[in-house]
Design a protein around this ligand. Structure first.
Ligand code: 4AD
Length: 473
């Protein structure tokens, strides 16, 4: 039986075999054993009078054991049942002088250096069980709502976001690459016969499928070679991208809000122990901070997201709010907002969400000049039907838009953005044959996991983070 199952079924009087890793071993008598099935450990009571001293010595933090024993109601505090061992086998020894995880608090930075062992900790166990449940809830949400999942390519020839932040995929020899007559690199000689990269987004291909299957989504890895060393950026992250034929921008907002609320509610109902553990952890972590510097307790924060309507605010209104805000007037923002058209930085997004509105905000109708080429141009010819969802503590968690469905306008935009039309001929062609209004968005999976787990650094919610100068493990 899994330890989680034992703790919930409480099979008192039964003899059971469990396998797991030793978290602690106290007084030569009490083993806290964890097998990863849940955040709670099973307390194994060892009969130190009958067990050999050699075996007792091998029960160290980190060792892997197989234990058989009888389940009994617990006399001690902290658990309802415990196991009295009748047989203990050490499956894998762990030298206590070398094992880096000691039963004490370790810093997140240190744990990142030993990312191969951090799944053995309570915190990372909780985070990665939640990450699993969240991806399951996302698939369930879309499946239950009639969406089809599409596996869009990871290697592509196009730059969906037009930001030029791509990792190149090539088999050419960097020491002696083939050159053309004018001395430039001859991509024709490369594996794909053209320049290719890791995708920054599955959106463009998802759009092609939406205009055939109606409601689709992708959920895959995406890659960005931006040199952002922040707590919110990864070079490799996972993105959920629904794309829906006939949805306009407001339908798109409804879908995103409904989806986010559904998956968070799913976690609150299905991951109670792990969320409670992370909730308590955050309170403990911040207890030395002054009251006004502490975050909203995790469970309260999640409850407030599922039970409040997200604010909808146009970019133009947001600029007015920011221009008249205290930090702007006192020049406390690093980037002072002066004019309409300014790109919003995370300090502005966080001011709107955390200080001004105090709940999630959907900003929409952004200036065309600060958004990607594929967004539907509004009648004012200045703004596009874009929307970003901003969450407290995280900032932007979703970016999406209604797509430009008019052939001539899209062709012109591609040209104005300096994108080679040949690289997007297939995308443009869908606007020639039965084009229609359609919309979609991208939800950053790790930003969502950060939000729901209360982990403040995005590197701690992905198994092995890839960031500038770091691709260990
Ligand atoms: O706003 P972005 O760049 O939008 C797109 O890629 C669109 N093609 C999506 C679409 O409409 N189908 O990215 C979407 C989300 C962001 O809101 C953020 O949550 C996440 O992806 N994201 C990142 N997460 C971690 N690390 C990074 N470097 C990220 N860049 C974006």
């Amino acid at each position: 039986m899994d330890i989680k199952e034992i703790l919930s079924a409480e099979p008192i009087g039964k003899t059971i075999e469990v396998r797991g890793w030793v978290r602690t071993f106290r007084s030569n008598r009490f083993i806290a054993l964890n097998d990863g099935s849940g955040v709670k450990n099973l307390q194994v009571v060892v009969d130190f009078e009958t067990e050999s001293p050699e075996l007792l010595k091998r029960i160290t933090t980190g060792a892997c054991l197989q234990v058989t024993g009888e389940i009994a109601a617990s006399q001690g505090r902290g658990q309802t049942v415990e196991m009295f061992s009748t047989d203990i086998k050490v499956l894998g020894d762990s030298d206590p002088d070398e094992f880096p995880l000691q039963p004490k608090k370790h810093s997140m930075e240190f744990l990142r250096e030993i990312a191969h062992l951090r799944p053995r900790t309570q915190t990372f166990g909780a985070v990665f069980r939640i990450r699993h449940a969240l991806q399951f809830a996302i698939h369930k949400y879309f499946n239950d709502n009639g969406f089809f999942m599409v596996h869009t390519p990871i290697i592509t020839g196009s730059d969906a976001e037009g930001a030029g932040e791509m990792f190149r995929v090539s088999t050419l020899d960097p020491k002696s690459p083939p050159l053309t007559e004018d001395g430039s690199l001859d991509w024709g000689e490369d594996f794909f016969g053209k320049e290719s990269n890791l995708t920054v987004s599955g959106q463009l291909e998802a759009e092609l499928f939406a205009m055939g299957l109606g409601k689709v989504y992708t959920f895959g890895p995406t890659f960005r070679a931006e040199n952002s060393n922040t707590t919110r950026h990864l070079a490799e992250f996972w993105m959920i991208e629904p794309e829906v034929a006939f949805n306009d921008l407001f339908d798109n907002m409804d879908l995103a809000e409904d989806c986010l609320k559904y998956v968070i509610r799913y976690l609150m109902e299905n991951c109670k122990d792990d969320l409670q553990f992370l909730h308590d952890r955050l309170i403990e972590e911040e207890k030395s901070l002054p009251q006004d510097k502490r975050s909203i307790p995790l469970l309260e924060k999640l409850e407030s997201v599922v039970s409040n309507e997200f604010v909808r605010c146009s970019y133009t209104e947001a600029i007015d709010i920011l221009r008249n805000s205290k930090p702007n007037k006192k020049k406390k923002f690093q980037y002072v907002i002066e004019e309409w058209g300014a790109d919003l930085q995370s300090e502005h997004e966080r001011y709107l969400v955390e200080k001004h509105f105090g709940k999630p905000v959907i900003l929409y109708d952004y200036p065309a000049s600060i958004k990607a080429f594929y967004m539907r141009v509004n009648e004012d010819d200045k703004t596009v039907r874009a929307m970003d969802i901003l969450f407290p503590g995280i900032g932007e968690i979703v970016g999406g838009s209604q797509r430009e469905e008019r052939y001539d306008v899209l062709k012109q935009k591609i040209e104005d953005f300096g994108i080679e039309e040949e690289s997007l001929w297939w995308y443009l062609q869908t606007r020639k044959f039965g084009s229609c209004v359609h919309s979609g968005f991208g939800l950053g999976f790790e930003r969502l996991v950060s939000f729901v787990s209360g982990m403040s650094n995005i590197r701690d919610v992905i198994p092995f983070p890839r960031t500038p100068k770091n691709a260990e493990f």
